[in-house]
Design a protein around this ligand. Structure first.
Ligand SMILES: Cc1cc2nc3c(=O)[nH]c(=O)nc-3n(C[C@H](O)[C@H](O)[C@H](O)COP(=O)(O)OP(=O)(O)OC[C@H]3O[C@@H](n4cnc5c(N)ncnc54)[C@H](O)[C@@H]3O)c2cc1C
Length: 324
C-alpha cells in the first residue's frame, strides 16, 4: 500500500457529470482531489461521436433544468454559448405514424455535443485518464494506493465490480437493476421526414425516442438518433448491429422514411438507466467510500447526476480524511 501524502487526497473515480461535479465541489472547498476515468475522453454517458466532421450525441440526448442550483450552472453555459435552448415541444407517435405534439419543459442542447459541458466543468481539475480503476478496499485504498476518501461516480453495477467483499454497506448500496439502450445514428443525403425536433414513440417495443440531431445541434444536418426500447436493446446487447434492421423498419413506420440512410451506426449502452434510482442524493459510508451518479437522487437524468455528485463532494470535503 502507498500511504504518506497521497492519504490526504480525495479520489473521484468516474469522469461523467456526477464525478466532475463531485470533484469540483471538493476542489471548491479547498481540498486536494484527483479524478480517474477509464475513458480516453471524459463525459461517460454524455458521449459524442464525430460523424462527417460534426458532433453527434450518442448517449444522453438533451437535459432539462428544475432547480436553481443547476440553473445557475446552465445560465453560465448559455452565456458562453456552450448550451442552446432547443425545444419545449416534441412529437408523439406510434409504430403507425405521428399522432400529435406534447409540450413540456425546455430541453437544452449543445452545439459541440454534451461532452463539451464536462470538458468545461473539469477545467483546472487534476485528471488521470485513461486509467481503469480495478479495486477499492477498506482504508480506503484504490489499487493499493491510500486516499483520504473515494467517490465512485458511476452506475451501481460498475461500482459493485470494484468494491471489495468486506465493504458490505457500499456493496449493498450499489445494488439495483439497470436498463440497457442501443442508440442508432442514421445519416441521410437530405431531410426526408416531417419538420420536427424529436418524437416520443408509444406502444412500441422497438423505439422509445427519436431526436432530429440537425435540429438539436442547430445546423439542420440530416441526421437522426433513435433510442431502442430496453426489450429490443437487451435482446441485441451482444450484437448491436442486429438491432439496426428493426429500428430502421420502425423509423419508416413512425416518420414515413422510405429511403435507406447513407450511413448507420449502432452504439450499445449496457447500463443506460437505473430502473429504481435511490431517492437519497448519495451514499457515504464510515469507510470513506461514497457513491453518487444518476442511480441516486432519482429520476435518472443529467441534472440529478450533477446534483448527486455535488452533494457527495461537499459531504466528503466536510468529512476530510477518513478515521483510521
Ligand atoms: C442512451 C441514453 C440516453 C439518455 N438520455 C438522457 C436525456 O435525454 N436527458 C438526461 O438528462 N439524461 C439522459 N441520459 C442519462 C444521462 O446520460 C445520465 O444520467 C448521466 O450522464 C449520468 O452521469 P454519471 O456521471 O452518473 O455516470 P456516467 O456518465 O456513466 O459516468 C461514469 C464514468 O465512470 C467511468 N468508469 C466506470 N468504471 C470505471 C473504472 N473501473 N475505472 C475508471 N473509470 C470508470 C466511466 O468511464 C464513465 O466516464 C441518457 C443516457 C443514455 C445512456
Amino acid at each position: 500500500m502507498t500511504g504518506g501524502a497521497a492519504a490526504e487526497e480525495l479520489l473521484v473515480v468516474g469522469g461523467g457529470v456526477s464525478g466532475i461535479a463531485c470533484a469540483r465541489a471538493i476542489a471548491d472547498a479547498g481540498c486536494p482531489v484527483v479524478v480517474r476515468d477509464r475513458g480516453h475522453r471524459l463525459g461517460g454517458r454524455m458521449a459524442v461521436k464525430t460523424i462527417d466532421d460534426r458532433p453527434v450525441d450518442v448517449g444522453a440526448s438533451y437535459f432539462t433544468v428544475s432547480v436553481p442550483a443547476f440553473q445557475n450552472v446552465v445560465d453560465r453555459w448559455l452565456d458562453v454559448e456552450l448550451v442552446r435552448p432547443w425545444t419545449d415541444t416534441f412529437h408523439v407517435g406510434d409504430p403507425g405514424g405521428l399522432l400529435g405534439t406534447r409540450t413540456g419543459p425546455m430541453r437544452y442542447a449543445t452545439p459541440l455535443g454534451l461532452r463539451s459541458l464536462i470538458e468545461d466543468l473539469s477545467l483546472g481539475l487534476p485528471l488521470r485518464n485513461p486509467d481503469d480503476v480495478r479495486e477499492v478496499e477498506p482504508g480506503p485504498t484504490v489499487d493499493s494506493t491510500a486516499y483520504a476518501g473515494v467517490a465512485l461516480a458511476m452506475p451501481g453495477p460498475q461500482a459493485l465490480d470494484l468494491l471489495g467483499d468486506s465493504l458490505e454497506a457500499e456493496r449493498a448500496a450499489s445494488g439495483g437493476m439497470w436498463e440497457p439502450c442501443i442508440a442508432l445514428i442514421a445519416t441521410y443525403d437530405k431531410r426526408v421526414w416531417p419538420d420536427l425536433d424529436g418524437v416520443f414513440v408509444n406502444d412500441s417495443v422497438v423505439l422509445t425516442f427519436v431526436a432530429d440531431d440537425g435540429r438539436r445541434r442547430g445546423d439542420d444536418a440530416p441526421v437522426l438518433v433513435a433510442h431502442a426500447h430496453p426489450v429490443l436493446s437487451a435482446a441485441h446487447l451482444d450484437n448491436p448491429d442486429a438491432a439496426i434492421a428493426p429500428m430502421l423498419g420502425e423509423l419508416e413506420g413512425v416518420l414515413g422514411i422510405s429511403v435507406a440512410p447513407s450511413s448507420v451506426i449502432a452504439k450499445r449502452w449496457s447500463l443506460a438507466k437505473p430502473v429504481n434510482p435511490h431517492v437519497e442524493h448519495y451514499f457515504l459510508g464510515k469507510s470513506g467510500v461514497g457513491l453518487c451518479g444518476d442511480g441516486w437522487h432519482g429520476p435518472s437524468r443529467i441534472e440529478s447526476a450533477y446534483l448527486s455528485g455535488r452533494a457527495l463532494g461537499r459531504a466528503m470535503a466536510r468529512r476530510g480524511p477518513a478515521a483510521a
